[in-house]
Write a protein that binds this ligand. Structure first.
Ligand SMILES: Cc1cc2nc3c(=O)[nH]c(=O)nc-3n(C[C@H](O)[C@H](O)[C@H](O)COP(=O)(O)OP(=O)(O)OC[C@H]3O[C@@H](n4cnc5c(N)ncnc54)[C@H](O)[C@@H]3O)c2cc1C
Length: 379
């Protein structure tokens, strides 16, 4: 692996950073306070070609790799993780179509995601099944040429604003192997029987839409099956390989943003008649923060690069996500501490970074789930 980014990758990084500074920074606090999805920012990002970069050109995308997507995600998260999700997660779930869909499904569902005409979601978690995702109960029963879907999904990103979602359902309840009972089925959000309820009061990423979704005998044609019936669990694991690396990139960007803020503050703030920065105790903490961020960045780029080479390494992806999430929580804690009392009030952005960081240890599989993947590989 070449450790230098190409000129084109640097340009993408730069474009994403400038977009985040100009379009996200001015509205980040407002969207956090009001728990409001940033539709305008998402639209502008689509116009700038920054949404769904890995979608191939033939389906309207830029045909870039996961390294490029990680670079964009990192720069957005450096400014605001909630708004980063409004943009990068607007295609969440559609990776199932990209990886396993038919050409017809790709032609129908992928281009509107890039052009800003549609938003997707991935509905896997249920009120009683998160880490143990194979324990879901949502049922899809065949009836004529349709599936009839009944069940409840929990904590679904974009739940109230999406146009369609890829839903993890039990289709083969009698299969002997527990992991061969599920499939991924695409459900349009306006189908009769679908109802979404926004979850308010999140600790962080408050601009991102999160919902509970109820499916009450929702009828979809069997042609909405994505991939192979009974192989949904394995498709979901492949999906997580790609998306977990992006969560790692979120952690790297968010931590870098917190470090940026801490660096600025310790040079401005004076205690005992001199800038905070002149204390070696502060300098050592800054050095540790920068080192951990660089370590997570290297791990993340490496995992994304392997993904691009078609050499997916689930253990490496899990390491990147678990380490970057934990690191981001740690870095944000240090950055807030350096701000003293000012860090604790919402006039200073660092408290938002601190609140936002925690989700990185929870979603896309909590960090314990990543450790299970790593340990399985070791043994
Ligand atoms: C803001 C937000 C957005 C989300 N977006 C989506 C989305 O778009 N789509 C979607 O499908 N889901 C989404 N989720 C759900 C998320 O992926 C789950 O919350 C996560 O996978 C954990 O599942 P759980 O909450 O059921 O926790 P549980 O599975 O109940 O686990 C509780 C705790 O116990 C730990 N634990 C569980 N089992 C073990 C074990 N065997 N050994 C050790 N520790 C264990 C877990 O790691 C966790 O810390 C979102 C969640 C949030 C909060």
């Amino acid at each position: 692996m070449d450790f230098d980014l190409t000129e084109e990758q640097r340009m993408i990084q730069d474009t994403a950073y400038k977009f985040a500074v100009n379009e996200m920074a001015p509205v980040a606090q407002e969207h956090d306070r009001e728990e409001k999805y940033a539709r305008d920012v998402w639209k502008k990002a689509c116009e700038a070609g920054l949404v769904g970069p890995v979608i191939p050109e033939e389906y309207g995308g830029a045909g870039m790799g996961f390294v490029e997507q990680a670079l964009i995600t990192e720069q957005f998260s450096r400014i605001d993780l909630g708004l980063c999700l409004c943009v990068t997660a607007a295609v969440f779930g559609s990776e199932h179509i990209l990886f396993f869909g038919t050409d017809e499904q790709k032609k129908k569902y992928l281009p509107p995601l890039v052009s800003g005409e549609a938003i997707s979601a991935g509905a896997f978690t249920e009120p009683d099944a998160g880490t143990d995702v194979a324990g879901i109960r949502t049922r899809a029963v065949k009836d004529g040429s349709d599936y009839v879907i009944t069940g409840t999904k929990m904590f679904i990103t974009n739940g109230t604003i999406c146009d369609f979602m890829c839903v993890f359902c039990v289709t083969n309840p009698d299969a002997e192997e527990r992991h061969k009972r599920q499939s991924i089925i695409l459900v349009e959000a306006d189908r009769p029987g679908v109802s979404a309820h926004k979850i308010r009061g999140k600790m962080g990423i408050r601009a991102s839409d999160t919902a509970e979704i109820i499916f009450d005998e929702v009828r979809v044609p069997q042609t909405n099956l994505i991939g192979q019936e009974g192989f949904g669990f394995y498709q979901l694991m492949k999906f997580f390989d790609a998306t977990r690396t992006m969560v790692a990139a979120q952690g790297v960007g968010l931590a870098q943003g917190a470090l940026d803020k801490a660096l600025r503050y310790v040079q401005e703030r004076k205690t005992f008649g001199r800038p905070l920065f002149t204390n070696q105790a502060i300098q050592f903490q800054l050095a540790e923060m920068a080192t951990k961020i660089e370590l997570a960045r290297t791990l993340t780029y490496k995992a994304a690069w392997y993904e691009d080479q078609g050499r997916t390494d689930p253990s490496l992806n899990a390491m990147a996500k678990y380490y970057a999430g934990e690191m981001a929580v740690w870095v944000c804690d240090k950055a807030l501490q350096m701000h003293g009392g000012y860090g604790y009030i919402d006039e200073y952005d660092v408290q938002r970074f601190y609140r936002d960081a925690k989700i990185l240890e929870i979603y896309e599989g909590a960090k314990e789930a990543e450790k299970m993947t790593i340990a399985r590989r070791l043994i």
